[in-house]
Design a protein around this ligand. Structure first.
Ligand code: C5P
Length: 220
């Protein structure tokens, strides 16, 4: 049975998943699950503790809040979301995410967030592994240069200076690692629909995805 309360958006880094997921959540009043942020938070905990059981314990002490349809993570009373968005955290999240222990420690946590309300889940394996029964599955892609440019602007807006050439290389390496890993590799679910956002603005992508969602949830 398909669950029309869940929309999954998977795809490579900087394909526009985050902005689309937020806009969809806002439009439909759904909760947003930013699974990449959870992998980043887990790797932040692992960097501090250097073993999985302590990292899991520290991770479970973090607080997750939804603020204006965005996921924020707090350690004690400090919002650490902007720290988690840094490139160095992305790099260690990418390495740790290929390990079974890491994925096992996060999977039920992600499913528990679904609850009874609507959920937009953004990541790499949302449609294939975490929510295989999701009623709408989108695989969002974009050309590599477009993605690097988007990530460059994102990082620049948060005051992080980065070199474009290094960024292109980092994104490419992370995508290759995500696709090649044995557990939960980045790939489209058989029942997903691919959307290419290279030449589209957010509003245009949102309209395409809303149309797909409405079609899937139409009463017959
Ligand atoms: O999406 P974001 O760039 O925040 O994700 C950080 C890293 O976490 C990715 O490079 C990927 O390796 C990992 N990740 C994952 N599975 C997910 C979401 C993110 O392996 N569902």
């Amino acid at each position: 049975m398909k669950n029309n309360n869940i929309i999954t958006i998977d795809g490579p880094s900087a394909s526009g998943k985050g902005s689309l997921a937020k806009a969809l959540a806002k439009k439909l009043n759904f909760l947003l699950l930013d699974s990449g942020l959870l992998y980043r938070a887990y790797s932040y905990c692992f960097d501090k503790t250097e073993n999985h059981s302590a990292a899991k314990e520290l991770f479970s002490s973090l607080r997750i809040n939804s603020i204006d349809y965005e996921m924020h993570i707090f350690e004690k009373n400090m919002d650490i979301t902007s720290i988690l968005r840094r490139e160095n955290v992305a790099k260690s999240a990418s390495k740790l995410s290929s390990l079974k222990e890491t994925r096992d420690n996060l999977i039920s946590f992600q499913r528990d967030l679904a609850g009874d309300h609507g959920l937009v889940a953004d990541g790499r394996d949302m449609g294939t592994v975490v929510f295989p029964d999701a009623g709408t599955k989108i695989f969002l892609v974009a050309d590599a240069e477009v993605r690097a440019k988007r990530r460059f602007l994102e990082l620049q807006n948060t005051g992080q200076g980065v070199n474009m050439r290094d960024l292109i290389d980092d994104i490419r390496l992370r995508d290759e690692a995500d696709k090649a890993r044995e557990i939960s590799p980045l790939m489209p679910a058989d029942d997903s629909i691919e959307v290419n956002s290279s030449n589209l603005n957010l509003q245009e992508v949102l309209e395409i995805v809303l149309k797909i969602y409405k079609e899937n949830t139409k009463e017959v």
